[in-house]
Design a protein around this ligand. Structure first.
Ligand SMILES: Cc1ncc(COP(=O)(O)O)c(C=O)c1O
Length: 381
């Protein structure tokens, strides 16, 4: 009988925690009214629950002077922030200005920026250093008089590196440039401290933090105006029309509360397993390259290039034993744009692997994963 594969792909998604599922229960069929229907008592009740969830998020994250716009997830939040801000900028100024981003951003940032290029805006994609981190010097050099928007993610989804966005935020502020950052991989895994107030537009997603899928948010400085992408009933300050999914909003608020409360303990636990995995793999195998800075990195991420073997065969053999990722950009069969930007060859990118640890991972999983990976590497070499 085949044993269940070991799950090491928690950066793709996480299971909903029991407390989150419980928090959502009353809002599927008992309290189900439309929060925008304020002409009746049931709608007013639903609206109060929606606003209580918004407040809970504000309190959990210690937000000041930020609007919370609920969306369907980080992809939509990034689209709304980038397309919405740039189009509003053009509407106000009549100019197509300049935008800076990183080559290693998620496609949910790079693709809206490609769209903006087609519309007439100029976009510079900065290459990170070999360790995956942005050079502040290079960033400063790329700023132009007409730069009006910067998007640099806090932590990378493939290689887990944490960018020095506190400094990027300071530089942007001093030049009056609006700064957007994708935090989809960060909440609950690292301390956010002042970052939430330093960045003008912040993207978050629920299903990366043991919340339900289909809900995310964009945090917006109060004075920022966006062109909405979805128009209609004028929900979410007119920036994102459509009836909000109350159960998902409630579950997301609960997931945020839990993630923030447990952040320190969870990060320690994840880091311990990640380091055990890394040490075990390095001890038993030669020819492993760590992709991205190991110091400035999320505690649950590991990304390795395995030299001297065929990547396609490697992933095929692993498939039934370990659930892991070849890098999000590989979903369409292409080698990871992140690893290529770090200077890896196509062959190296193809024989790379992202292992991401979750709260359900235990020491037995880690031991078995080391064993399976080592055996597979030996077999293929
Ligand atoms: C950094 C980053 N941004 C955006 C997304 C897209 O998130 P969602 O699935 O919530 O649309 C992901 C998901 O993998 C991500 O890791």
């Amino acid at each position: 009988m085949l044993s269940t594969p070991i799950l090491l792909d928690y950066q793709s998604s996480t299971p909903c925690s029991k407390d989150v599922v419980d928090s959502m229960k009353p809002f599927w069929s008992e309290i189900f009214s439309n929060p925008a229907s304020k002409s009746n008592l049931a709608g007013i009740n639903a609206s109060a629950i929606l606003e209580a969830s918004r407040e809970k998020i504000e309190q959990s994250l210690f937000l000041k002077n930020k609007k919370i716009i609920f969306t369907s997830g980080a992809t939509e939040s990034n689209n709304l922030a980038l397309l919405g801000f740039a189009r509003n900028f053009y509407k106000k100024t009549g100019n197509y200005g300049h935008i800076i981003t990183l080559k290693t951003e998620h496609k949910a940032v790079l693709e809206p920026l490609n769209q903006l290029k087609k519309e007439g805006f100029m976009v510079t994609e900065i290459n990170p250093e070999k360790d995956g981190l942005i050079s502040e010097e290079l960033f400063k050099k790329n700023i132009r008089d007409d730069t009006f928007l910067v998007s640099v993610m806090l932590a990378n989804n493939e290689i887990g590196v944490i960018q020095p966005i506190e400094n990027i935020a300071k530089i942007c502020k001093s030049r009056e440039i609006i700064f957007h950052s994708d935090f989809a991989q960060c909440l609950g895994y690292m301390a956010l401290d002042n970052l939430l107030s330093d960045v003008n537009m912040i993207t978050m997603s629920s299903h990366k933090i043991y919340g339900p899928k289909g809900i995310g948010l964009l945090l917006l400085d109060e004075e920022i105006n966006l062109e909405p992408l979805i128009v209609g009933g004028g929900q979410e300050y007119g920036l994102r029309s459509g009836t909000l999914p109350l159960p998902l909003v409630v579950g997301f608020a609960k997931a945020i509360e839990i993630a923030v409360f447990n952040q320190k303990n969870n990060a320690e636990k994840l880091l311990f397993h990640r380091n055990t995995l890394l040490e075990g793999l390095l001890k038993n195998n030669s020819g492993l390259l760590i992709n991205g800075s190991i110091e400035k990195r999320l505690p649950h991420n590991l990304n390795l290039t395995v030299l001297d073997l065929n990547g396609a065969k490697f992933h095929k053999l692993l498939k039934s034993k370990i659930i892991c990722s070849t890098g999000s950009a590989c979903s369409n069969g292409e080698p990871s744009h992140v690893l290529l930007a770090l200077g890896r060859s196509i062959k190296e990118a193809e024989s790379s692997i992202r292992l991401s640890i979750g709260l359900n991972t235990n020491s037995k999983d880690i031991k078995q994963a080391i064993h399976i990976l080592t055996d597979t590497i030996r077999l293929l070499r």
